[in-house]
Design a protein. Structure first.
Length: 256
């Protein structure tokens, strides 16, 4: 069974039907992409998963639990964390303070360890987990460690995007939602961001990414869905869709 399972999802904005009966699966440990032009319903779909946008009908299941239309803080507590479109960093805080905000929902953790061949359990404090998570995030984004005492508002656009992803990772997501991570960034920075996303996946994270940059996304996606006007027009592996002539002509003309 998929980690995330969406069935017959319908979302209305007033009299406009933004999402028109979508089915979508995200398997554990994979990168799944949602592609499409502006107005296709991509961001609406991802916001419904995080509980920000309410759905009219259909179901969303995560790790076998029905999370349809439950409150966003309850969805976060289940391990779904989002790096939002537009980054939405806290400009009045330092880089490290922004990262700490992402860890607000952590609780004391019980871990199983092996000592001299015997299994025992230990309690790991929130403080200890935050220290571990800082190391993990700074390993992905060394520039953030260099600038950890700086005001977040002084970062470049690419660095702010790294901070937004790092902040989401500080919450220990089971499912990481990335909404337009390449938006407004120069092509070289975009390539760096996508390489880091692939590294995060290789460390065992499950990622659902919403993007307009189809070429870069399909290079790293295990599976992808192409949305048009609230419907799934095409789906398949990243490699399959990169070989799709119609999709290449419509979406992959510019290989940035």
């Amino acid at each position: 069974m998929p980690l995330l399972e969406i069935r017959d999802l319908v979302i209305d904005y007033g009299i406009i039907r933004a999402v028109k009966g979508i089915n979508l699966d995200v398997d554990e440990g994979k990168i799944v992409a949602i592609l499409g032009a502006n107005g296709a319903g991509k961001s609406t779909l991802i916001r419904s998963i995080s509980g920000v946008t309410k759905i009219k009908s259909g179901t969303i299941r995560f790790d076998k639990d029905d999370i349809t239309n439950i409150d966003p803080h309850k969805i976060t507590a289940k391990g779904i964390l989002q790096s939002p479109e537009g980054r939405m960093i806290f400009t009045g805080l330092t880089v490290e303070e922004n990262l700490k905000v992402g860890a607000y929902s952590l609780k004391t953790e019980i871990r199983e360890v092996v000592n001299n061949g015997e299994k025992t359990t230990v309690k790991v404090s929130v403080k200890k987990q935050i220290e571990e998570l800082f190391k993990e995030v700074y390993a992905y984004f060394p520039i953030l460690e260099e600038r950890k005492k700086q005001q977040a508002s002084t970062l470049s656009g690419g660095e702010q995007q790294m901070l937004a992803i790092g902040r989401a990772l500080m919450g220990k997501p089971q499912l990481l939602l990335l909404d337009e991570p390449s938006l407004g960034l120069a092509p070289l920075i975009v390539r760096d961001i996508f390489e880091i996303i692939e590294k995060i996946k290789k460390r065992g994270k499950t990622i659902l990414i919403v993007e307009q940059n189809a070429y870069q996304t399909l290079k790293i996606a295990d599976y992808a869905y192409l949305l048009e006007l609230g419907l799934v027009k095409k789906e398949g592996t990243g490699q399959e869709l990169m070989k799709d002539g119609e999709l290449v002509n419509a979406y992959l003309g510019s290989k940035k």
